[in-house]
Design a binder for this molecule. Structure first.
Ligand code: PEP
Ligand code: MN
Length: 333
């Protein structure tokens, strides 16, 4: 990190600032030019409050020359991380298809969809039990009963399960959940991130509706800094001025994240587009972009779904999509 001091800063003021920075265990390299003085901060600058430093009377500007995320940073861990979920693996050349309904609705529904997506090549079953809904009057999910049905589906099919945790108080109920999803709306729920960081469970961290990739990586850093290395990032579309689609799928996130981090990246074309007809194309595009997996909403009767029916594809459509994704993966190998 470098701090550029304002013209006219006295040597005493500079020394005062240097002493303050040194008390934060930083080494400071002073470069005294004709007109400006530049301080180079050496050491762990992740704890330096850039805004505070930049707001000081004598400071012109502050710039980071290295990223604030460390453990998720590819520079510190050049090899791709592979996250293992039961028999499934994601990352480092391993691809996973996560599929299932937006919400668990009944025993018949979840077992039928689980069996169908498994037959079509899914390696992980998704299904929400605790649902983050925009309206308090909308179906809120089956809660604990929904989790029980997911465990039944896991037993019936052998598929590991992925489901969303919204509240720390429910963490104990998730002991048999294979992948804990942290949804877009909770991407910056830092207390939740710290708690799941204390477990060793795989965490699927979805990008927030209006969050930058750096913010996504900082949230992943929260989980890793608590000791949990099993983080999977998920691009699920961001809010833009376009309203034809529910969100705008930022596919460039895949290669950007692969440059910046060793963590696996999956793409959710369902929440990204909001329209079932667009899901297969964007799933194919995600595979072509080098994603390590895709997450797709599949319902046995989309028109009757209690949540996200418009973006849910049928098991037959999922089988087609799965085949297309497979062909693309072979083509880019
Ligand atoms: C979901 O996966 O069902 C969900 C609510 O996703 P997101 O958090 O991306 O909106
Ligand atoms: Mn959904």
């Amino acid at each position: 990190m470098i701090a550029i001091l304002k013209q006219g800063t006295t040597p005493e003021q500079t020394q005062h600032l240097v002493d303050w920075l040194k008390r934060m265990n930083l080494d400071v390299h002073i470069s005294q030019g004709q007109e400006v003085t530049i301080l180079g901060l050496i050491g762990d600058t992740s704890k330096v409050d850039m805004e505070l430093l930049g707001s000081l009377d004598i400071v012109e500007s502050v710039k980071r020359v290295s990223e604030p995320f460390k453990q998720v940073n590819r520079n510190f861990h050049p090899k791709d991380s592979i996250v293992e979920i039961g028999n499934a693996k994601i990352g480092g050349g391993y691809f996973s298809m996560i599929a299932g309904p937006c919400s668990v609705e009944s025993e018949d529904q979840i077992i039928e969809v689980a069996q169908a997506v498994k037959d079509a090549g899914a390696t992980i079953l998704r299904g929400g039990a605790f649902k983050p809904r925009t309206s308090p009057y909308a179906f809120q999910g089956m809660g604990e009963d929904g989790l029980r049905l997911l465990f039944q589906a896991k037993k019936a099919t052998g598929l590991p399960i992925c489901t969303e945790l919204m509240n720390i108080v429910h963490l104990d109920l998730f002991a048999d959940v294979d992948v804990i999803q942290i949804g877009a709306r909770n991407m910056q729920n830092f207390d939740l991130l710290k708690e799941v960081g204390k477990t060793k469970k795989p965490i699927l961290l979805k990008r927030g509706l209006a969050n930058t990739l750096q913010e996504l990586l900082m949230s992943a850093e929260y989980i890793m800094s608590e000791g949990n290395p099993n983080v999977i990032l998920c691009e699920r579309g961001i809010r833009t001025y376009e309203t034809y689609t529910r969100n705008t799928l930022d596919l460039s996130a895949v290669p950007v994240l692969h440059e910046l981090t060793h963590l696996p990246v999956v793409v959710d074309p369902s929440h990204a587009t909001g329209k079932a007809s667009l899901v297969p194309s964007m799933a194919a595009a995600a595979a072509a972009s080098g994603a390590d997996g895709i997450m797709v909403e599949v319902h046995n009767n989309p028109s009757c779904a209690l949540c996200d029916g418009a973006q849910s594809i049928t098991p037959d459509q999922f089988a087609d999509l799965s085949h297309r994704v497979q062909l693309i993966r072979e083509a880019i190998r």
